[in-house]
Design a protein around this ligand. Sequence first.
Ligand code: GAR
Length: 190
Amino acid sequence: MKKIVLFASGSGSNAERIINYFKEDPTVAVSCVLTNKKEAKVLERCKRLKVPAIYFNREAFYTSDTIINFLKAQDTDLIVLAGFLWKIPATLIAAFPNKIINIHPSLLPKYGGKGMYGSHVHQAVKDNGETETGITIHYVNENYDEGGVIHQAKTQLEPTDGPLEIAEKVHQLEYGHFPNVIASLLKDHG
Ligand code: GAR
């Protein structure tokens, strides 16, 4: 049995798709969801979906080994950042080499880096008059949005698309691609 731990900071709509995708799979389990936001909507989703969810604070994440020890104790095979907005500490990356992946709502290297998340990305895409955007699923390293690319997918934009329409198109791409990419990574890792 392969075990996934999801990290999410917000709504958690990707987390929900991933949980549902693996629900009937006897070889993969989403063992829990970790969040850095006490009020995150992902917590309601976890309750409804009956997946354990745990809140942690900045101190636990950056100045202790609590999270690393927890992830090891869970026998975590893959850590998936699904709308998680804090930088991953070097100690966590070193403890799980090539086992932490992130989804970013643009075609990296465009629109990546600190401060580029969620609606900020879609607004910048709109402001620059892009005719396409997309998603990037990538390994996590110590710099925001710079780890090796695993998978990208594109969507076309209309001149009338505003940030909300762009966000919706990007979310649909995410739902269609992210669970599949996770499944094939778990297979490839044996
Ligand atoms: C997703 O679009 C994800 O790509 C983005 O946050 C959204 C979370 O939505 N992540 C980033 O911007 C990371 N830099 P969700 O909480 O509904 O899954």
